[in-house]
Write a protein that binds this ligand. Structure first.
Ligand code: 13P
Length: 254
């Protein structure tokens, strides 16, 4: 059975001490709330990773992730962080292809395919983000955009590699805008993604893939979103910065 995941994406928020304080609060609040095959992942800035991984020790349903990692193994790339470095902190996940990275840092599907390979090679599980912009949705191109992002970003992976990947559907028009895709709109895309995976691999692989919804997910809308057949949890931005809101979202699966 596929895992349910509620993952927080702190983005570029919280200094070192603020991050540790929030994470300690979150762990205390969620540790008794994570049931069944659910896990909670906190994706922090790099500077927090090692300390958070230490704090998460002993809680096998709480994991840590980074928000990016470089496509090369090592070398003269001043200011960059490699997948191996991320893994060495104790982090297990890495967000790749977030729309903010695609939009502000020019990351395209080819680059993300390389980042995915390097992350997997170094033992990190990618949380691979896909999703259409408002213009693309209004032009009725959303299915094509998602199909291409999947194919070009992940289509080259073997079954064993793909089984390590979590997908996050993030409609760009619903990120940080307060707008959410309706549960029906989100389910429609999630079902489409699962079907694409079944065609590329097989039905069993598709059924085992965790597909998260991201885009203004909050304690109010999470119950309806997470009740959809193909929505296996969320990638949470703003609401992951408030321990109460994040915990309430984790509890939706109880
Ligand atoms: P918000 O939840 O703040 O809309 O952000 C979503 C997101 O980008 C998660 O990665």
């Amino acid at each position: 059975m596929r895992k349910k995941i509620v993952a927080g994406n702190w983005k570029m928020n919280l200094d070192y001490n603020e991050g540790l304080a929030l994470f300690s609060e979150v762990v205390n609040m969620v540790k008794d709330e994570i049931t069944g095959s659910q896990i909670t992942v906190v994706c922090s800035p790099y500077i927090h990773l090692h300390s958070l991984a230490q704090l998460a020790k002993g809680y096998d349903k709480v994991a840590i992730g980074a928000q990016n990692a470089h496509q090369n193994e090592s070398g003269a790339y001043t200011g960059e962080i490699s997948a191996k470095m991320v893994r060495s902190t104790g982090a297990e996940y890495v967000i790749l292809g977030h729309s903010e990275r695609r939009q502000y840092f020019g990351e395209d599907n080819q680059l993300l395919a390389a980042k995915t390979d390097t992350a997997l090679k170094n033992g990190l599980k990618p949380i691979f983000c896909i999703g259409e912009t408002l213009e693309e949705r209004e032009a009725d191109q959303h299915f094509d955009v998602i199909k291409t992002q999947l194919k070009e970003g992940l289509g080259h992976l073997s079954t064993e590699q793909f089984e390590q990947v979590v997908i996050a559907y993030e409609p760009v028009w619903a990120i940080g805008t307060g707008k959410t895709a309706s549960a029906e709109q989100a389910q429609e895309i999630h079902a489409f993604i699962r079907n694409e995976i079944a065609e590329a691999y097989n039905q069993e692989v598709a059924d085992n893939t965790t597909i998260l919804y991201g885009g203004s997910c909050n304690p109010k809308n999470a119950p309806e979103l997470f009740a959809q057949a193909d929505i296996d949890g969320g990638l949470i931005g703003g609401a992951s910065l408030k321990s109460r809101d994040f915990t309430d979202i984790v509890k939706v699966f109880n």
